[in-house]
Structures are given as structure tokens and as C-alpha cells.
Design a protein. Structure first.
Length: 202
């Protein structure tokens, strides 16, 4: 009887440990936000697919420093990724969010110019997007906030009869590789996007 009890206790402990290990594994595996055709999972794992707008070459900005009219600036981000401002000269902007750019401006103005500057940055015009492949009118198109991939295809006149209509190939500005993204609204269009509609093979 004693040996039988010891054996039962050992089996019970083993099963409990196995259940605990299985539970720990299931908790650590996060479900993907969405699945792309190439097997890549979420925006967090693919920074190029993030929804965060970042400034880039061709964006036109309006910069206001409150109480300092002579520092007001309106201009395009140049080919070097900077915008020219009074006192500061060329200020790096490309690749930054508006918040990051604003914080950088405040920091530079505090270095010997102003004590507590208040800065406002507004995007007046966004850089364009580009569509190519199996669309009726490929080319360059103006960007509008809230644009979806399907909206972008519509700007180019819609699909040709040879087009794949379930996904597009997206290359964000500054990225070397295109990625397959679904046309389900999960990935927004951003300024500078290069969107290609692939050909369907019968």
C-alpha cells in the first residue's frame, strides 16, 4: 500500500508540473495582430509597417515659435532631410515624428537663445505617394490623411483585369524591400509610400 501511494503521488506531481509548464507556454505566446502572406506577423515586428507618421523629404512645414515672430518658418524639408530656420540654420527633420522634431527644436532654442520656447509644427503639404503595376493609371498622387490601400488603388483608376486584388506590395520611404500587405484596412497609407499591385497568373 505504501509503495502504491508513493507512486500515485509521483504521478500526480508530474502531471501538475506538466500542466504548469503548458500553461506558462500558452501565456507567453502572443497572437499576431494580422498575418501577412510572407508569414511576417505584426507591426511591432515590422517597423516599416507602423502607423506612425514620420517627416520626410518633400513635406512642407509651418513652424511657429510663440512670441518670436522673426523665427516663424514655412518651407520644405530639403534633399538632406533638413529645414532651414533663422538662428538655427539647417535643422534635421527627416525620419522624426512631429513630436520628436518639436522637442528637438525646443532643445536647440534653449541653448543660448530662448528660456522656455513654445513651438508649434504643422504639416502644410505631405510628400506624394506612388502607385504602379496592375492599375489603370500609375504614377504620383497627392497624399491625404486617412487614405487606405484600397483608396490609393482607386486614385490610380482601379485594377486592370490581370491584377491581384487581395494584397499589394508596399515599400515605405527609406526601406529597400517591399512587403506584401492585405487590403483589409489594417495597414494605412503613409506619405512617400510606393505601392505596387502585382499581376495575377492564371
Amino acid at each position: 500500500m505504501a509503495g502504491w501511494r508513493i507512486e500515485c503521488v509521483s504521478i500526480g506531481v508530474g502531471l501538475a508540473l506538466l500542466a504548469l509548464a503548458s500553461s506558462g507556454c500558452s501565456q507567453s505566446a502572443a497572437p499576431p495582430v494580422f498575418a501577412l502572406k510572407n508569414g511576417t506577423r505584426s507591426e511591432a515586428e515590422n517597423p516599416a509597417l507602423a502607423r506612425i507618421f514620420r517627416l520626410g523629404v518633400g513635406d512642407r512645414l509651418k513652424i511657429v515659435v510663440f512670441g518670436e515672430d522673426e523665427l516663424a518658418t514655412e518651407g520644405d524639408i530639403n534633399a538632406s532631410g533638413a529645414i532651414s530656420m533663422p538662428l538655427l540654420g539647417d535643422v534635421a527633420a527627416s525620419g522624426k515624428t512631429i513630436e520628436e522634431f518639436s522637442a528637438g527644436l525646443r532643445g536647440q532654442l534653449e541653448q543660448g537663445y530662448l528660456k522656455t520656447p513654445k513651438v508649434s509644427v504643422q504639416v502644410l503639404n505631405y510628400r506624394p505617394i506612388y502607385l504602379q503595376g496592375e492599375v489603370k493609371r500609375g504614377g504620383e498622387f497627392p497624399y491625404k490623411p486617412g487614405l487606405t490601400m484600397a483608396d490609393a488603388v482607386a486614385l490610380a483608376g482601379g485594377y486592370t483585369y490581370r491584377a491581384v486584388t487581395s494584397y499589394v506590395l508596399l515599400r515605405r520611404q527609406g526601406e529597400s524591400d517591399a512587403r506584401e500587405v492585405p487590403l483589409d484596412g489594417s495597414i494605412p497609407v503613409l506619405p512617400g509610400d510606393n505601392i505596387q499591385v502585382p499581376e495575377r497568373f492564371f
